[in-house]
Design a protein around this ligand. Sequence first.
Ligand SMILES: Cc1cc2nc3c(=O)[nH]c(=O)nc-3n(C[C@H](O)[C@H](O)[C@H](O)COP(=O)(O)OP(=O)(O)OC[C@H]3O[C@@H](n4cnc5c(N)ncnc54)[C@H](O)[C@@H]3O)c2cc1C
Length: 462
Amino acid sequence: MGGLDPAVLSPLVRVVGVDHVHTDPHAIASRLRDNSWLSPLLRAHLGQRRASEGATLGVAAVVEPATDDEVLEIVALAVESGLAITPRGAGTSNLGQATPSEGGIVLDVRRLHGVTSATAGRITARAGTRQGDVDAAARREGRELTLLTTTYATATIGGWVAGGHVGLGAPMYGTTWDGNVLGARVATAEPVPRILTLDEHDVTPLVHTFGTCGILLDVTVPHVPARPWADWVVTFAGFDDACRFTEDLAHSDVRHRVAAAQPSTVMPAFRALTAAGVPSDQPAVLVIADRDQHNDLHAVVKTHGGAALAWRHDGSERPPLASMVFGHRMLWVKRLLPNAAFLNVYFDPEHVHEQIRLLDARFGDRLVPELKFQRSSWLRRLRGLPPAGTLPAGLLALPDGTSRLLDDVIACCEEIGVSCQNPHTSVLEDTGLFPDISSIHAFKRLVDPTGVLNPGKTAVPA
Ligand SMILES: Cc1cc2nc3c(=O)[nH]c(=O)nc-3n(C[C@H](O)[C@H](O)[C@H](O)COP(=O)(O)OP(=O)(O)OC[C@H]3O[C@@H](n4cnc5c(N)ncnc54)[C@H](O)[C@@H]3O)c2cc1C
C-alpha cells in the first residue's frame, strides 16, 4: 500500500478499516480534484507542481474517518509522525485551499454525516454533511438556512465554513462572519488531540481559515422561516440603470437572496437565459426575491425603467438563477471567456457608480464588471465603515486573465478606493479578508502547536 511508513499505515487501517485508507496513486489523485482551475494563475502553479511532484503531490494517503474518536486517533498518529493533515470536504473550493502543500494525509470528512439537532433558530450537522441536506432538514420544518453556498448540492457544511464565506441570502444576512455560524465542535491537532466546543464568538478562527486552525466535527448554523423564493431576470437600457436598481433594491424592504447586475458584454455567457429569449445585448439583473413581495419588486423595477421577466417560479423546469450567481457565475463566464481570471472587489458605498465608471474608462472590454450588495458588518468594518448597512461588491472578470492585467486592475482599484479580495491565492495573509490575522495565529499556535494542519496556507510567526 503506497509509500506510507507501515508504522503509520497499519494503525490507520486498524482505525478506519482498509476500505477507508486510500494509498493507490490514482485513488489519491482523483481525491485531490478541486476548482482551482478557474484561476489561470492557480492552474499554472498546480500544473508545475504536478510536473515536479507527480499527480499525488506527495500525499501518502486519503483517510475517511466516520466518528470523532477515529478523527482523534488519526490526528494523534499524524502529529506523532510529523505528517501534514489536509482536511477535505467535497473539494468544490476554487482557491487551492484544499490542495495539500506538503504531502502527508488528506482527511476526507464526508463520512461524518447527518443532522444531529434542530432547535429554535439553530441546526447542527456533522461537518461532512452537504449544506443542501442541512437546508432540506430545516425546510421540512418550514425553515431555511440564512446563507447557502451556490454549491449547496455537493459542498459540505464544514468545507463551506472553512473554505467559503458567502452565498444566497448575502443581501440580507451577510457572510459567514456575520452571525451565520453559531458554533462548532472542533478537533485540535495537539499530541493528545482534544475536542473543543466553540460558540459563535470563539468559532471565528475556524471561519475561512482553510482547516489550518482545527478540524470541524460539527457545525451549528441559524435557520429562519422559509420564504417562497422566485427568480426574475430584469433587463435595462444601460448598465448604470441596472446598478442603480440593484442598489435601490438592496436598500428596500424587498427580501432577496441575490440581485446581481450584469453588463451586456457578459449576457451571451448565460446561454440558458438567452436561449429562452432573454436579450443577449442588454444589461440584466439576476434577482431571487420573495414572491409575496412581487408588487414591491416591480415598483423598484419601474422606477429604473427595467423590464422584469418572471424566470422561474414554482414548477418551472428552467435552470435556477442560483446556478448562475456568486461562484457559479464563473462557470458560465468561463464558457464565453475561457482564459478569464476573476477578482472579488468591494466598492465604496458612497462612490460605487463613479468607481464602476472609472474602471470602465480605464479598462473597457478588458474588464467585465458585476454589482451586488452584501449586508455584512464584518466586511464593512474591514473597510473602516460603520457596521450597519450594506456593502457593494462584485466579481470582476478579466477576459485576458494574465497576471499583468490582474496587477494593473488591482493597482487601479487601490488608486480609486476599491478594495480587492485576491481569489488567486490559498495563503490566508494574502486574501485581504482578515482585519487581525494575529488572533488567528494565536489560536493556531494553541490548537496546532507542531503546524501539521494544512501547512503552507498561513505563515504563523514563531
Ligand atoms: C462554481 C462554484 C461556486 C461557488 N459558490 C460559492 C458560494 O456561493 N459561496 C461560497 O462561500 N463559496 C462558493 N464557492 C467556493 C466554496 O469554497 C465551496 O463551494 C464550498 O463552500 C466548499 O465546500 P467543500 O465541502 O467543497 O470544501 P473543500 O473544497 O473540500 O474544502 C474547503 C476548505 O475547507 C477545509 N475543510 C474542509 N472540511 C473541513 C473540516 N471539516 N474542518 C476543517 N477544515 C475543513 C479544506 O481544507 C479547504 O481548505 C464556489 C466554488 C465554485 C467552484
